[in-house]
Design a binder for this molecule. Structure first.
Ligand code: TMP
Length: 211
């Protein structure tokens, strides 16, 4: 069986992590080996980078260029250490974010030069590209409500991205839509603003032809 790379994208609170967990339980029932990973992170080096980019030390702020490079340093490590070996074994790799997040957040959100963002991505991923990208689409207002609820519920710390403001997230969301439109064969847009079970069903329907 050939390996399959499925990436999950969307703004904060879109429900990626929950749906990945559900899919990771479902796939072995149809005989597929599953590897779940996240970005930034997914390897010991990547997880250390995640901590720095989400919670910079003291009151330091990471510059947009440094953010781009750190995201892609984590990605380069993940591709080499985890994604390629898993695909070579025929696994289904479920990745919570991948390079579309750099295009959406660093390109559209931070408004870095897109060619520069693409260069960093190319260096990190080489020819390792997703077979399918699921964009869990929710309105900005739903994202804001879910993030506030999560902070209250878990006392989770605000991170560098939470502090970027509504205009930033509007650009990120519009950016994801632009990316999905540009590559309709790779992207599936999933309505993330419905019951968890309905989202799961929609995702399951979308991946059938790839299995
Ligand atoms: P999350 O995966 O828990 O949502 O946190 C990751 C944060 O990092 C999120 O705000 C999106 C951001 N991010 C980027 O800005 N660029 C990237 O390339 C990736 C993978 C994530």
């Amino acid at each position: 069986m050939s390996g399959l790379l499925i990436t999950f994208e969307g703004i904060e609170g879109c429900g990626k992590s929950t749906q990945i967990e559900r899919l990771a339980k479902q796939l072995p029932k149809v005989g597929r080996q599953v590897v779940t990973l996240r970005e930034p992170g997914g390897t010991p080096i990547g997880e250390a980078i995640r901590e720095v980019v989400k919670h910079p030390p003291g009151d330091a702020t990471i510059s947009p260029d440094a953010e781009l490079l750190l995201m892609n340093a984590s990605r380069a490590q993940l591709v080499q250490e985890a994604i390629r070996p898993a695909l070579a074994k025929g696994a289904v790799v479920l990745c919570d974010r991948f390079y579309d997040s750099s295009l959406a957040y660093q390109g559209f959100g931070r408004e870095l030069d897109m060619a520069k963002v693409q260069q960093a991505i190319d260096l990190a991923v080489g020819d390792t590209k997703p077979n399918l990208t699921l964009l869990l689409d929710i309105p900005l207002s739903v994202s804001q409500d879910r993030v506030s609820a999560r902070h209250e519920l878990t006392a989770e710390l605000q991170d560098q991205f939470d502090e970027s403001g509504a205009n930033f997230f509007k650009r990120v969301l519009d950016g994801f839509h632009t990316l999905a439109k540009a590559e309709p064969d790779r992207f599936q847009i999933i309505n993330g603003d419905q019951s968890l079970n309905n989202v799961t069903e929609e995702i399951w329907g979308s991946i059938q032809s790839h299995l």
